[in-house]
Structures are given as C-alpha cells and as structure tokens.
Design a protein around this ligand. Structure first.
Ligand SMILES: [Zn+2]
Ligand SMILES: [Zn+2]
Length: 88
C-alpha cells in the first residue's frame, strides 16, 4: 500500500494519526494497542484505547506527532476537569 505524502515548499509534511496536524516529524506510537494484530477479526475503525487515535483493524497504528506522543496536545489532552471555558 502506498502512502501519499503531502509536500510543501519547505519540506515533507506528515500528518499525525491522532490530531491530524501537519507536522515535520512523526514518531512510532507509544501505545500498547496493535491494530494489525486484529487482521482476522471483523473490526473496522475504532479508537485506540491508549491514545484515542482512530485506528483500523488490520492496519498498523498510525504514527503520532511529538505532542500526541507526550499526550500534551492542546485541545486533546488539556481537558483537565470539565471546565467549559469558551475561548474564541
Ligand atoms: Zn498529533
Ligand atoms: Zn494509540
């Protein structure tokens, strides 16, 4: 399976499999979840129980950006408590 990579003038841009941000560098996921191990099972897309990224049964976990690797992505990991602050 070929993966299409988006290219910009300033270099290769990769997409994080969790936050879908376009970043310069992505890293192998530090999750225990191994979606590729589910190849024989009729599982489609599901959320990785470790990081919450959308993964597909039978397909290896997509790479993550540094922020997601650290679970420090704004908007995804800063939901401490349930304060509903509306910032525009
Ligand atoms: Zn990310
Ligand atoms: Zn994960």
């Amino acid at each position: 399976m070929k993966v299409l990579l988006k290219k910009k003038v300033d270099g290769v841009v990769r997409t994080c499999g969790r936050c879908y941000d376009e970043v310069k560098e992505v890293f192998p996921p530090n999750c225990n979840e191994k979606p590729e191990a589910l190849k024989s099972q009729p599982i489609g897309q599901y959320h990785c129980p470790d990081c919450g990224a959308m993964v597909i049964g039978g397909v290896p976990h997509p790479p993550l950006c540094k922020r997601c690797l650290d679970r420090k992505h704004p908007g995804l990991d800063d939901m401490k408590g349930k304060d509903e602050e509306e910032k525009t």
